[in-house]
Design a protein around this ligand. Structure first.
Ligand code: PLP
Length: 360
């Protein structure tokens, strides 16, 4: 029997997305490779999740995560209505829903280069054609080039992964305006809470804009799989038809609502990560790394000239029990490490390991 004869060519022809390493629970490592939050979720969130573990688990959750969407509208302001919110099983789920809503086989989906490496496999699975445009030298959006692709969906990651830089919001507006006749612009704000500004306020002026947020990074809930999309009511209506009927489980819905009702509890955690980001960036520069400003919870650091290449650094840090992310397949990234900003003691351990490697 040969299952490949029944497998869709799009699936056969792809390698599949390779997520960052998730070590076994027993393995003692300092995990700076997938941009999780180093801090525990606020107690109010854990209490709400604990209270959800009971008889009610027999019952299906709210199909449309209505309570979560109401909490999101309350929490984020900007005149947002719950009808403008779609919840996802992680924001990756929202990316899939967006592609399934808008993209037929053969249609174009565009993104920047470099950017989040999940977009391309998702587009391939949908049978779409993935096109990318390089960021401008100054980190700005190549608006006319992107608009010229006439894509059904354009992904703009802000802050971008893995560079951590942001483009100007005015360029996002310009891109939305110039692409209104062709499709939607997705502003992926998985790291938005770590940035100086964000795009939720653009929604009233940009009817073809979708803003996505993740609870995995700033909200300390990567294990609960929660994401939110913000958009016009008209787009939300179409996306609700496409998503799985119960795409957020009961415990995740309760966690999301509690997190949104307790945004104040997150402010000090996010502030701490931002101040550690500045400290880590400066300390890496002192050690000869080229580390540009980041507005996310990671730093993309170019390794200093020396005996070790990127792969060598990855292995040397791994040997000292520290995981970072390395994108060796991309020639522009193969001399860089993406390092998640951890808690102070984790960042100290990383810097001590770097010192040890540098003295050889
Ligand atoms: C982490 C990440 C996501 C996915 O987040 P989940 O909510 O965990 O699915 C989406 N976009 C970017 C750019 C990310 O880095």
């Amino acid at each position: 029997m040969d299952v490949t004869q029944w497998t869709r060519p799009a699936v056969l022809g792809m390698a599949g997305y390779a997520p960052g390493e998730q070590p076994q629970a027993a393995e003692r490592v300092i995990k700076l490779n997938t941009n999780e939050n180093p801090y525990a979720p606020p107690q109010a969130v854990l209490d709400a999740m604990g209270a959800a573990l009971g008889d009610a688990l027999r019952l299906y959750p709210e199909p449309d995560s209505r309570s979560v969407r109401e909490a999101a509208a309350r929490a984020y302001g900007h005149g947002l209505q719950p009808q403008q919110v779609v919840a996802g099983n992680g924001s990756d789920d929202l990316l899939t829903i967006i592609l399934r809503t808008f993209v037929d086989p053969g249609e174009t989906v565009a993104a920047l280069d470099p950017t989040y490496t999940l977009y391309e496999p998702l587009v391939t699975l949908q049978g779409g054609r993935y096109a990318s445009a390089p960021w401008r030298e100054d980190g700005g959006l190549p608006v006319d080039e992107l608009a010229g692709l006439r894509a059904k969906v354009i992904f703009v990651t802000r802050p971008n992964a893995p560079t951590g830089h942001v483009c100007a919001l005015s360029e996002v507006v310009e891109l939305c305006t110039k692409t209104q006749a062709h499709g939607v612009v997705v502003l992926d704000e998985a790291y938005g809470d770590f940035a100086d500004d964000h795009g939720l306020g653009l929604l009233p002026d940009c009817p073809n804009l979708i803003v996505t947020r993740s609870f995995s990074k700033s909200m300390c809930l990567a294990g609960a799989r929660i994401g939110l999309g913000f958009m016009s009511v008209a787009i939300a209506e179409q996306m609700h038809k496409v998503r799985d009927s119960y795409n957020l489980d009961r415990v995740a819905q309760v966690a999301a609502t509690a997190a949104l009702d307790n945004l104040d509890a997150y402010a000090p955690l996010i502030a701490k990560i931002k101040s550690e980001r500045a400290r880590l960036t400066a300390a890496l520069r002192q050690r000869g790394f080229d580390a540009p400003e980041s507005q996310a919870n990671f730093v993309l650091a170019k390794i200093p000239a020396g005996a070790l290449d990127g792969r060598g650094w990855l292995a040397a840090l791994r040997q000292k029990g520290i995981l970072v992310r390395y994108f060796g397949h991309d020639p522009r990234l193969s001399d860089k490490l993406r390092i998640t900003v951890g808690a102070p003691h984790e960042n100290d351990a990383l810097l001590a390991a770097v010192d040890g490697i540098l003295v050889g």
